[in-house]
Design a protein around this ligand. Structure first.
Ligand SMILES: [Zn+2]
Length: 531
């Protein structure tokens, strides 16, 4: 038995996610977790909502609610939808949890002790009308380069020039429209990632089994230009984790919080603690501390490609820099983007299919099957309604559904509700078993390597093999001349239904459970190759 710690990138709190988000991390992580459990391995599968930062504050203000209340409500909504998609998290935590607050402050203290944090004085735009500092993207004004009137504080969308808010002519707050913005001097903490470049480079160089996509993104950030840059880890906001040095106050940082990107990945760890505190497990450090039992854990992270830099550099810098025996990621599975009908999925523009809408239209298994069998692995993929309908009809109805339906109907009409006895397996049956055994080994190998699309294709081929056998063996014809042989054929076919249910359960858990119930079987053990 092996031990697998599995995390999915944590979805941001401000609204229901779309199908592109689902297939970019949570769903393939669930596939892998379900597969490892089915193989009898020990799994801890964690996900959470990412709750801090300005977008959450603004979304709460728009909803007319206190931000903590807003986050609690949205967390409950996301948890319910995740359950609807049968995402089998051992715990779905919250980055705003007390556990994460304490752990984030602990890491900051450790990094400070290691001289990996420096204090920086900088000017930032303050809006007296809004009573707050404004992040770059909440300031707009006229572009000094091209004269575009709605240029953002960080970049002009018209001429693409990178900007500093101080460059803008007639800057204004996008929250209130206020124009009485002031430049104020404020102090922030920076993580000295530049000091850790060699250590990170060595660590990444050791990951010879990582996909090219992951490694090339990480190396670009490590080496391009002046190399890995120090990074601000604090913000002038109210909503977030208060800046402390471990359990001690941090002089001069009293009104500041940690930047959301600093505390969000630490929630992967805190979530295990939440899992234990919720009474779902024990000894969470056995999963996360290599000095407390986690030395035999394989840790796999799932995420979209845009999250790779933070997971290959920033979060490892936090862990390595702490100097403590925290578990580092062993394998990162990253995904390209799923597009929607000729364009991009977009939460802000409401474009695409959202997770709540999807479940109102069709059962979870339909979406799971299509998304996983079309996962954007080697390149971007595209969702179209035509392809979704055709693919689901063909694979689930015409192949798997048709096999089950023909076998069970024929059995009932000729042999009743019991598994027929008598007869023995002929050469066709033995050939089928040999073929399926070979395909099963291939399927296991692909699932182990997280080749999602290829795994789906192999599973489908396993279903097809059963259909072709049934077509050729034609027990309905055999029955007229040799009922014993037909009984053996149907017995094999009934066993195949259980075999399919077990193999398919990581992809389509509800359909698999239905098949197991129909077979009146509770034996969900993974086949050993002898069917
Ligand atoms: Zn411009």
């Amino acid at each position: 038995m092996t031990r697998h710690l599995i995390t999915s990138a944590i979805p941001y709190i401000n609204g229901v996610k779309h199908l592109g988000n689902l297939i970019g991390s949570q769903l393939p992580a669930d596939l892998f977790a379900r597969y490892q459990r089915a193989r009898g391995n020990e799994v801890l599968f964690l996900c959470a909502t990412d709750e801090h930062g300005t977008p959450a504050e603004l979304a709460a203000a728009k909803a007319g609610k206190p931000v903590a209340e807003y986050c609690a409500e949205l967390h409950a909504i996301q948890a319910k939808i995740a359950n609807g998609f049968r995402l089998s998290f051992d715990h779905f935590g919250r980055s705003s949890s007390p556990q994460n607050q304490k752990l984030t402050q602990y890491f900051a203290g450790k990094l400070a002790d290691a001289n990996l944090i420096r204090e920086v004085q900088e000017t930032q735009m303050y809006s007296p009308t809004d009573g707050r500092y404004l992040p770059d993207r909440y300031i707009e004004g006229t572009c000094p380069n091209c004269g575009f009137e709605d240029a953002r504080g960080d970049q002009c969308d018209e001429c693409t020039k990178q900007l500093d808010p101080a460059d803008l002519i007639n800057p204004r707050s996008t929250i209130s429209g206020a124009t009485d913005l002031e430049r104020r001097l404020t102090k922030h903490l920076y993580l000295r990632q530049s000091q850790m470049r060699d250590q990170l480079q060595t660590w990444i160089d050791g990951k010879t089994d990582w996909p090219l996509l992951t490694v090339s993104i990480a190396k670009k950030w490590l080496n391009d230009g002046d190399g890995l840059q120090d990074r601000g880890i604090t913000r002038d906001l109210n909503w977030g984790i208060p800046v402390r040095k471990g359990e001690d106050p941090w002089p001069g940082m009293e009104d500041k919080v940690f930047y959301v990107w600093f505390d969000a990945p630490i929630e992967y760890i805190a979530c295990a603690q939440e899992w234990q505190d919720a009474g779902k497990g024990s000894d969470w450090q056995r999963w996360w501390r290599t000095d407390k039992g986690a030395q035999d854990v394989t840790y796999t992270q799932f995420m979209g490609k845009d999250n790779v830099p933070f997971h290959t550099l920033s979060f490892p810098a936090t862990i390595l820099g702490s100097g403590a025996a925290w578990k580092l990621v062993d394998y990162i599975k990253s995904f390209n983007y799923l597009n929607y009908d000729g364009g991009q999925f977009s939460t802000s523009r409401g474009r695409g299919v959202f997770m709540d809408q999807a479940l109102e239209i069709l059962p979870a298994d339909y979406w799971r099957w299509w998304l996983l069998s079309h996962a954007p692995e080697s390149s971007d993929a595209e969702f179209t309604w035509e392809n979704f309908q055709a693919s689901v009809n063909k694979d689930l109805a015409d192949v798997l559904g048709n096999f089950v339906s023909r076998v069970t109907k024929f059995c009932r009409s000729k042999f009743g509700e019991a598994v027929p006895e008598g007869g023995s397996l002929g050469p066709e049956e033995k050939q089928l078993i040999a073929d399926l055994t070979a395909r099963l080994r291939m399927y296991e190998d692909l699932m182990e390597r997280m080749e999602v699309r290829k795994s789906a294709a192999e599973l489908r081929a396993i279903w097809v093999a059963g259909n072709e056998y049934l077509q050729n063996a034609a027990p309905w014809a055999t029955f007229k001349t040799d009922p014993e042989k037909a009984a053996a054929q149907i017995r094999l076919a009934l066993n195949l239904i259980r075999f399919y249910a077990v193999l398919s359960s990581p992809f389509i858990p509800d359909a698999s459970a239905t098949l197991m119930t129909a077979m009146q079987s509770s034996d969900d053990r993974w086949p050993d190759g002898e069917n």
